[in-house]
Design a protein around this ligand. Structure first.
Ligand SMILES: Cc1cc2nc3c(=O)[nH]c(=O)nc-3n(C[C@H](O)[C@H](O)[C@H](O)COP(=O)(O)OP(=O)(O)OC[C@H]3O[C@@H](n4cnc5c(N)ncnc54)[C@H](O)[C@@H]3O)c2cc1C
Length: 414
């Protein structure tokens, strides 16, 4: 066929660069294009969960991230007002999370792709996905002042985010959809130390969270229900500060800090898309999106990159048909994220937890193993299906009833 590339990846951030890097490391000819140039920021906070750090370890990149001076996060805390649950979010291999700025993380991933042999075109906008007899065969696009360019490949991979031009062109089946549920806004503060804690504050119909990042700055995001999105846009700072005032001790710490950036934020829809078809694939937000309240987007993008690159390798190498390999990618993706998707959408409503959940939280509080299990579940290290399984819940409730946790002998799913 004389295609110039085995794969063209549209989008060079958390999903695109690792997908390209992993394919290139398997010996394939890969082109990555992005209309952005790097380093550059994007509207996203940047909690990198322990399983995301784990993926960076597998790819040989975790030391590079640590070398950027990004502080590790060893504890997640959840302040419900009357009490706080605090535990370790870590995985077996990686015990800590990070909060790297996207300017730094995305550039690090793109550089790693380049080192693996990926051809990279920054500042290149894809304007059209080329389809021939029902099969995607390439892209057409241009650099800022350049003429229109056509490139062809065996497969075009959309890693181009929620407004994916690839998804728009191929119109994939969309399922499990839920509308936007939450509006969130964030900014950066100096003089606000958290000492390795990712702090979360949960109040009825409100919530906020804080995490340390590069340059001695702390990111603080506050959110309210999507129903208030349009109205509250008129006074983002006022609503942000009123949300934080619901936790007076934190509000006092913030009064002694200094705001160093403008507010950024948005609300996002929730959906799954079929991530493959003739000549195309989707990874990251282009194929699956969930509210940001549980901060799973980056780790999900990393897992997509691994699953999709493995499936394409099997297909290119003739070990399995394209449909068979990519169907396995879709099933593995959906199975991995489904329980977390449901929990995420539930949390994003900011509805107060029902009474039985409040009783469970009270039972978890003070039981260190259960608190670690709760932190791991919120991090996505442990599946919510496992932590909230009836046997585990019963064990936590029984431990609270007997006071066993005070002797350190209660349950926390691993
Ligand atoms: C407010 C907010 C907070 C969040 N907080 C977190 C968090 O703390 N932790 C976490 O894990 N996740 C978080 N997320 C989710 C996370 O940002 C996404 O899941 C992640 O960025 C997905 O990466 P991606 O590579 O799929 O897409 P993106 O990061 O959206 O990258 C897509 C790229 O494609 C490029 N592109 C698009 N169209 C074209 C085109 N036509 N031609 C060329 N290039 C194109 C864009 O320029 C962009 O660089 C948050 C999201 C939001 C909105």
């Amino acid at each position: 066929m004389g295609k110039a590339f085995d794969a063209i990846v549209v989008g060079a951030r958390c999903a695109g660069s690792p997908t390209a890097m992993l394919l290139a490391r398997k010996g394939y000819r890969v082109l990555v294009v992005d209309r952005a140039t790097f380093p550059s920021d994007t509207v996203s906070t940047h909690i990198l969960q322990p399983l995301g750090a784990d993926a960076l370890s597998r790819w040989g990149l975790i030391d590079r991230l640590a070398a950027t001076g990004c502080p590790p996060i060893h504890t997640y805390s959840f302040d419900f007002g009357p009490f706080t649950i605090a535990g370790a979010p870590g995985a077996t291999n990686t015990h800590v999370a990070y909060g790297p700025r996207r300017t730094i993380l995305d550039k690090l991933l793109l550089d790693a792709a380049a080192e693996s042999g990926v051809e990279i075109r920054e500042g290149f906008s894809v304007e059209k996905v080329l389809i021939d007899e029902g099969r995607v065969v390439g892209i057409e696009g241009r650099s800022k002042q350049g003429a229109s360019v056509v490139e062809s490949a065996e497969v075009v991979i959309g890693a181009d985010g929620r407004h994916s031009i690839v998804a728009e062109a191929v119109r994939p089946e969309q399922y499990n959809e839920k509308p936007p549920l939450l509006a969130g806004y964030y900014t950066y503060w100096s003089g606000l130390k958290l000492d390795g804690r990712f702090e979360n504050y949960i109040r009825p119909h409100r919530g906020f969270a804080a995490i340390e990042t590069h340059d001695e700055l702390t990111m603080v995001i506050a959110g309210w229900p999507y129903a208030e999105f349009a109205e509250n846009k008129k006074d983002i700072e006022g609503n942000y500060l009123r949300t934080i005032a619901l936790a007076p001790a934190f509000a006092e710490r913030l009064r002694n800090a200094r705001r160093e950036a403008r507010f950024a934020g948005t609300a996002v829809p929730n959906y799954f898309r079929k991530p493959y078809g003739p000549g195309w694939a989707l990874v990251g937000d282009a194929g699956y999106n969930r509210d940001f309240i549980t901060a799973q987007g980056i780790v999900d993008a990393f897992h997509d990159a691994e699953l999709c690159a493995t499936a394409l390798d099997e297909s290119f190498a003739g070990a399995r048909s394209f449909d068979d390999a990519m169907g396995a990618y879709q099933r593995a993706r959906d199975a991995r994220v489904l329980a977390m998707y449901e929990l995420t959408c539930q949390l994003a409503t900011l509805e107060p937890p029902p009474p039985e959940m409040q009783q469970l939280f009270a039972a978890i509080h003070g039981n260190q193993e259960a608190m670690d299990g709760f932190a791991r579940t919120n991090a996505g290290t442990t599946s919510p299906a496992e932590f909230f399984a009836p046997e585990n819940v019963a064990a936590i409730m029984a431990a609270a009833a007997s006071g066993a946790h005070e002797r350190g002998a209660a349950a926390g799913a691993r």
